[in-house]
Design a protein around this ligand. Structure first.
Ligand code: 5GP
Length: 109
């Protein structure tokens, strides 16, 4: 059974795809927490950080973030990965939040 994000990446269900490369796809979050809130998702279905292998599409998440920032002309941004329910992960397909467009406080909640 494909994950929600795989269905969006394939175009089976609607999603606002803003970036794609060989390894990763970025979509707009459906419930944005900042003026810019993207989800950068490896094409491979990896359930989360705890399941990553030594090599794979997940290695390119940071490259995708850098490319997106350059393309969008964004200098400051925050990257977040929630691993597991205790951290707030709700979709079991590894994804990195890309947040920008407002001041971001620290520490996060
Ligand atoms: P997590 O909580 O797992 O770290 O992040 C999952 C994110 O996926 C949430 O920020 C949530 O708003 C987003 N999300 C959930 N369902 C959908 C959807 O159908 N489309 C899009 N674009 N984002 C979604």
């Amino acid at each position: 059974m494909p994950t929600l994000f795989t269905k969006i990446m394939r175009g089976d269900i609607p999603g606002d795809i803003v970036y794609q490369d060989r390894y990763c796809v970025a979509i707009k979050d459906i419930a944005p927490q900042a003026p810019v809130h993207l989800l950068i998702i490896p094409r491979t279905e990896i359930s989360g950080v705890s399941a990553v292998e030594k090599t794979g599409d997940h290695q390119y998440l940071l490259n995708a973030a850098r490319n997106i920032a350059e393309e969008m002309g964004i200098e400051g941004y925050r990257l977040v990965i929630n691993q597991g329910e205790a951290a707030g992960q709700t979709v079991p397909h590894l994804h990195m939040h890309f947040l920008a467009g407002r001041d971001l406080s620290w520490p996060p909640g």
